[in-house]
Design a protein around this ligand. Structure first.
Ligand code: PMP
Length: 324
């Protein structure tokens, strides 16, 4: 018998998929970790589970308690599923700029959702800071605090990173992915470097994020903006501290959309926006290194979460992003 014990036991152990059109074109093996196949539909199920388990183990989260978090959506969706499965309540603070699909899904899952204007991190009303204050003012509540809670990157060190190492038999040249909290990038990078220090760990960065300049110059500089959700950062989070940063690749929205539509039309994969940045960066690394390299990235979530935006011609046209 092969039966998973509920939602929680179904998180992780996702397949690693060869992205055929990109691999064939470059002569590299470009591989995507299929995180959209997690039971809550994204890479963030792993962090959500580890943060809740960590709070339980520390005695911070009691039966009937509330998990509070500021999120671009996917962490909240993962938390809401796990709260339902474990008997907790869930309160989510989310910028109103995030896709309506994710906000509606959070409500459907039973989370209390507070949408707030999108303001920079330095503003006291930023969604992350607001969620911390709400948690502090509530009884029997914890703040998941995904950006600075190291249980997040531990999830990826112990599970995602190890799975990638085992699925490739250690045959990896490059690990490349975009960062939101940095949990996925950091946890996997730390595990892979420990196994083989010659694996190159590369940050993929959308426009409007400061990590590309940070890796290249040591200074965080923000230029431009991106329609992608859940990635990009203007600071070094605790999850990103002390983590290998061998190189960085910047991908703009035009290339992101081209990649998303190639994945859809040639690889049969219906993916969310951050995947366009990730696979775009993996493709750029393949072009830079030449044939014969194995490059691993993340397929963070699926396209259904962005149907009203990325897969809506009027929306794309208004942004000047219609693919050729
Ligand atoms: N892609 C999407 C769609 C996300 O929601 C997130 C999480 N915010 C990421 C990528 C980045 O993951 P991490 O927080 O582990 O850096």
């Amino acid at each position: 018998m092969d039966i998973k014990n509920g939602f929680v036991a179904t998180v992780g152990n996702t397949p690693l998929i060869r992205l055929n059109s990109f691999s064939d074109e470059t002569g590299c093996e470009i591989l995507g970790k299929a995180e959209f196949l997690n039971p809550g539909g994204s890479v963030k199920d792993r962090a959500a589970l580890y943060m809740i388990q960590d709070a339980e183990q520390k005695g911070l989260l009691q039966p009937g308690g509330t998990v509070v978090e500021g999120t671009a959506g996917n962490t909240g969706i993962g938390l809401a599923h796990i709260c339902n499965a474990k008997g907790y309540k869930c309160l989510i603070v989310i910028p109103e700029t995030q896709s309506p699909e994710k906000i509606e899904l959070l409500r459907t899952l039973g989370a209390e959702v507070r949408t707030v204007p999108a303001v920079p991190y330095k503003d006291p009303n930023n969604y992350v800071k607001l969620s911390g204050r709400i948690a502090q003012e509530m009884d029997n509540a914890i703040w998941a605090n995904q950006f600075d809670n190291l249980a997040n990157r531990n999830a990826h060190y112990e599970t995602t990173g190890l799975e990638i190492w085992q699925q490739t038999d250690g045959n990896i040249d490059v690990w490349v992915t975009a960062t939101g909290t940095g949990g996925t990038y950091a946890g996997v990078a730390l595990l892979l470097k420990e196994k083989n220090p010659s694996i190159q760990c590369v940050v993929a960065d959308p426009m409007g994020s400061g990590l590309y300049s940070y890796v290249k110059t040591g200074e965080i500089q923000i230029e431009g903006s991106s329609m992608t959700e859940g990635i990009g950062n203007s600071r070094i989070t605790a999850n990103m501290e002390g983590v290998p940063l061998d190189d960085a690749i910047q991908i703009d929205d035009k290339e992101c959309v081209r990649v998303i539509y190639q994945l859809l039309q040639q690889d049969g994969l219906f993916m969310g926006g951050s995947v366009g940045i990730n696979v775009g960066a993996a493709y750029a690394m393949a072009k830079k290194l030449g044939p014969g390299h194995t490059i691993v990235t993340v397929l963070c979530d699926g396209g259904t979460r962005y149907q009203s935006k990325l897969f809506n011609r009027a929306w794309l046209a208004a942004k000047g992003l219609l693919p050729d």
